[in-house]
Design a binder for this molecule. Structure first.
Ligand code: PMP
Length: 400
């Protein structure tokens, strides 16, 4: 089939557009605060990963502008050749110290970190073992690796044990999200560490949603469980708490040096631009200097959990500021989303295949800068809209 024909046969998006409930690519016309303007209307943002509310921070913006003035707007090359600036190295050092690893390496996005690290570390003689709910970028990293990919049921240590017992001496790299991006639950890292040590495997944790959210000072999942020394690799992204774009991998010096010379996503792609690097540095500094931001994020998270419980909404396995609300089928989820936006609340729909058919949900995410009044307003509106669409309450979202 020719490409255009294939594209024309894809009608799913048009069908949802025709119903007037298409929920994607909604353009924001204002600064990205707890309230934003969409189609000229002010809506409460309950769907951003800007957990610490730093995307709109004056010092973060100032740092970005200063970096542009000093270094220019782009890097015109990869880290490997002409695209390494002094601020890349400064941020790498600051992150290594923050995460508690010997070294880190910056990539242009978090997606590229997973893609570029897994594919270069797991060769023909190796295997990568992943949680079924891991992020798409981890899956793509596995697809690009020449090793075997083995999946285990979500956060199920018995299943992981069984999978690892079949490795028969093959080198294994276990890769798990630290905080799972849709369900908001935390990986059973103590269980993973125990099994990794039993079967002599390495561990890589994706802390995209954990940095700035869990662990002492927002240091992520290994810090949360006090297991920093028993996890070999930690990846993070700047696109959430760190108010920018870009990502990093942290590990021992030799592994980082290997990646510097082997990872194609690093070597053959331009490095993150000065403004992005400077914003991430400023966000990291503010995060360290203002621990009350993290406390506030957790106060807000507990407020949201309590308010949802009070209206009998089951939040599934959420243990973090990512909170799912079960809706049911895909179309109903789009309708609820659209209605919530009309009522002034922005949320994200999560439909199949990201979740099993019939288990579509809206994903709420809390920011440190939300007020209790905003959270209460969001829950009140959700209560009204769930009634309007006769959404069943108190139903468990995930049982695994
Ligand atoms: N890992 C996880 C768990 C994510 O949620 C995301 C982003 N949604 C990424 C990796 C990719 O990060 P980035 O946005 O920096 O490409």
């Amino acid at each position: 089939m020719r490409i255009q024909e294939k594209a024309q046969n894809f009608t799913a998006a048009d069908e949802v557009r025709a119903l007037g409930i298409y929920p994607y690519f909604r353009p924001i016309e204002s600064d990205q605060d707890t309230e934003v303007i969409i189609e000229g209307k002010r809506v409460l943002m309950m769907g951003s990963n800007n957990y610490l509310g730093l995307t709109n921070h004056p010092e973060v913006k100032k740092a970005a502008i200063e970096a542009i003035n000093r270094y220019g707007t782009g890097c015109a090359g990869s880290r490997f050749l002409n695209g390494t600036l002094r601020i890349h190295l400064q941020l790498e050092d600051e992150l290594a110290e923050f995460i508690g690893k010997e070294a880190t390496l910056l990539f242009s996005t978090g997606f590229q970190v997973n893609q570029g690290v897994i594919s270069s570390l797991v060769g023909r003689d190796g295997a990568v073992i992943i949680d079924r709910a891991d992020h798409a970028s981890i899956i793509d990293g596995c697809r690009l690796s020449f090793g075997k990919t083995l999946k285990y049921e979500h956060n199920d240590m018995e299943a992981l044990d069984k999978t690892l017992s079949n490795l028969n001496g093959t080198n294994g790299l276990i890769v798990s999200d630290g905080v799972f991006s849709m369900e908001g639950d935390i990986a059973d890292l103590p269980g993973i560490v125990e099994l990794a040590e039993k079967y002599e495997c390495d561990i890589m944790v994706d802390d995209a949603h954990a940095i700035g959210v869990i662990g002492q000072g927002g240091r992520g999942t290994a810090a949360h469980f006090d297991l920093e020394d028993r996890v070999q690799l930690i990846m993070g992204t700047f696109s959430k708490s760190l108010a920018s774009i870009g990502g990093f991998i942290a590990g021992d010096r030799s592994t980082i040096d290997f990646l510097k010379h082997q990872s194609r996503a690093l070597i053959f792609s331009a490095s993150p631009p000065p403004a992005s690097v400077a914003s991430a540095r400023a966000a990291l500094r503010i995060m360290k200097e203002e621990p009350e931001r993290l406390e506030r994020l957790w106060d807000n998270t507990r407020r949201l959990w309590a308010q949802l419980k009070a209206i009998n909404v089951d939040i599934g396995k959420s243990q973090t500021p990512i909170v799912p609300v079960m809706i049911g089928d895909d179309l109903k989820t789009f309708r609820v989303c659209q209605r919530l936006q009309e009522e002034g609340i922005f949320v994200n729909p999560v439909v199949s295949p990201a979740v099993p058919l019939g288990e579509s949900l809206i994903r709420l995410s809390i920011m440190s800068t939300h007020t209790f009044e905003q959270i209460d307003r969001a829950v009140e509106t959700i209560d009204k809209v769930l009634d309007e669409f006769e959404v069943e309450r108190g139903k468990k979202v995930f049982d695994g």
